[in-house]
Design a protein around this ligand. Structure first.
Ligand SMILES: [Cu+2]
Length: 589
């Protein structure tokens, strides 16, 4: 079976009719282009944002969903396809959707982060996200990008290779999305707004979920368990997505080995592992070759957190069950007898040693077909400290941060203040005055032992600052974790680009010694990377996409505290190097 077998029947019928119509029209009008390999098709989706009652952990809760589905609907496209996704907002909250990891070449208006590339879609309004998938294939995801609404508003994006283009690994028998989430019994919008008022840390989640289901380790959840039924001897492609709000996760399947073949929609050199580490914002495709004979057991699929920070975290385990189709003769026997459930061994919650070994194994294919376009030279260098900090408590209030302060987070000690109009509109219409400034610091305001004893003053500065970059600028960013309040791993996500992870290490980055060890041969190419707890990571990217591009920690609580900034990439001189004008239905603030 080819990759097309994951299209639902109605979609594939519509799809083939559309293809036929396009081919027919193309042959009439441009016979020489009719056979063009690149011709993608247009796919239409409609996302109705609506409330839906969902019961988990013995409690029913009204949650924000797309089309009443949780997790939300799957977007399927092929590389080169054009997507038109109409989002209609029927709920009381403002809404935006982000197509996480999609490059959005010259289509920044469709990127989605609220107040960065667009004003939110207000109640009763709609917006059509209009973009083309260029040069990418693999697993990504979409999620709400405003406040904490992505707690329940998320779903997979599956980008298949162009027609008749195979995977660079054996064709799997089936493809299965595995999307991790995080579930709160309480209302997450109230939770974060109260936390931001008091300055304390918001409560941790009550459960993790696999495809929306918590699994057998939680109260009342045995029936809410994801099941993966497999045929002996077959290979399955698991398209894993971490859509959790605040937790990196270890993942494993009892008595089975996984082969990692792709991360963040970029093929990697395949490697075998028992455990996968996946941070919020990352996606990982793994091949699961199951046993050739159905064993007399079921196997737990489990995920639990990798947590390095100072704060409390949800230390529970979500589980699904891998079941083999039993041969007809033993099926009746096993139906009456319950099979043993074998459990996998997962690393300890703070196993940074495992995390480091795992991330070092991720390497680009670096072949003629899939080359590594890492910038070998650099035009602009940045050194960003990332971490926590504090804000003073407002007068006449008591605060729940340490010593009556408010918790904050920053990059180079700038805690980002969200504007009330979008940065991209302000930039495009030359109305940046009073909205943002272009003086985001390239270095921390003062030097200190970043991973040693913190400075006396832990207060952050606040502002809406961006870095302005010329088109095609080759950028290097070293992101240095700080031990302010405590060292912690931060999964940093960049919009609009993939970057190359050229180096990482522990302690303070040494600009004299560390660059010599950078990997410019087969570095991982990603959109989200964990800045190691008490360490640093160096990334490079080519600023070939004009627009305003958000960069932030994908632990939502840190983003809420200000661990975010934006890159402003200017237009190039060429005709295809300019940001297009905004669509007419772009939401107004
Ligand atoms: Cu963070």
């Amino acid at each position: 079976m080819g990759p097309s077998n994951i299209f639902p029947p109605s979609a594939s019928l519509k799809y083939s009719m559309v293809v036929l119509a396009i081919l027919f029209a193309a042959v009439l009008v441009f016979p020489e282009q009719a056979l063009a390999k690149n011709a993608g098709i247009t796919r239409n989706y409609k996302f109705n944002i609506k409330m839906q009652n969902v019961t988990r952990l013995c409690q029913t809760k009204s949650i924000v969903t797309v089309n009443g589905q949780f997790p939300g609907p799957r977007i399927i496209a092929r590389e080169g396809d054009h997507l038109l996704i109409k989002v209609v907002n029927h709920v009381k909250y403002n809404m935006t959707i982000h197509w996480h990891g999609i490059r959005q070449l010259r289509s920044g208006w469709a990127d989605g982060p609220a107040y960065i590339t667009q004003c939110p879609i207000q109640t009763g309004h709609s917006y059509v996200y209009n973009f083309t998938v260029t040069g990418q294939r693999g697993t990504l995801f979409w999620h709400a990008h405003i406040s904490w609404l992505r707690a329940t508003v998320y779903g997979p994006i599956v980008i298949l290779p162009k027609k008749h283009v195979p995977y660079p690994f054996p064709q799997p028998h089936k493809e299965v999305p595995i999307i991790f989430g995080e579930w709160w019994k309480t209302d997450t919008e109230k939770l974060i707004s109260q936390a931001l008022q008091t300055g304390g840390a918001p409560n941790v989640s009550d459960a993790y979920t696999i495809n929306g289901l918590p699994g057998p380790s939680y109260n009342c959840s045995a029936k809410d368990t994801f099941k993966l039924k497999v045929k002996p001897g077959k290979t399955y492609l698991l398209r894993m997505i971490n859509a959790a709000l605040n937790d990196e996760l270890f993942f494993s399947i009892a008595n089975h080995t996984l082969t990692v073949v792709e991360t963040d929609a970029v093929y990697v050199k395949p490697f075998k592992t028992k455990v996968v580490l996946i941070t919020p914002g990352q996606t990982t495709n793994v091949l699961l070759k199951v046993k050739s004979k159905a064993p007399n057991a079921n196997f737990l699929i489990a995920a639990r957190p990798y947590a390095t920070g100072p704060a409390a975290f949800d230390n529970t385990t979500t589980g699904g069950i891998l079941e083999y189709e039993q041969p007809a003769s033993s099926a009746s026997k096993n139906r009456t007898r319950k099979l043993t459930l074998l459990k996998p061994a997962l690393p300890r919650f703070n196993d940074t040693n495992f995390a480091t070994k795992f991330s070092n194994q991720i390497r680009s294919l670096a072949t003629a077909k899939f080359p590594v376009n890492v910038p070998k030279k650099v035009d602009r260098r940045f050194f960003f400290t990332v971490g926590l900090g504090l804000n003073p408590c407002p007068k006449n209030q008591t605060c729940q941060g340490p010593n009556n302060t408010m918790l904050a987070a920053s990059i180079n000690n700038v805690s980002f203040v969200q504007p009330n109009v979008s940065l991209l509109q302000s930039h495009f219409f030359n109305k940046s005055k009073g909205v943002y400034t272009t003086d985001f610091p390239a270095n921390p305001p003062f030097k200190f032992n970043y991973t040693g004893t913190p400075p006396k003053n832990l207060m952050v500065n606040s502002g809406t600052k961006v870095v302005s970059l010329p088109f095609n600028c080759r950028v290097e960013v070293v992101m240095q974790d700080t031990s302010i309040i405590a060292a912690e791993s931060h999964p940093l996500h960049l919009h609009g680009f993939n970057f190359f992870v050229v180096g990482q290490g522990f302690g303070n980055f040494d600009p004299n010694k560390d660059p010599a060890k950078f990997n410019l041969v087969d570095p991982a190419e990603r959109n989200t990377v964990g800045v190691p707890s008490g360490g640093w990571v160096a990334i490079r990217f080519l600023a070939d996409n004009p627009g305003v591009w958000f960069m932030h920690c994908h632990l939502e609580v840190h983003t809420s505290w200000g661990l975010k900034m934006a890159w402003l990439v200017m237009d190039g001189k060429g005709p295809k190097q300019k940001l297009q004008p905004p669509p007419s239905d772009l939401p107004k603030c």
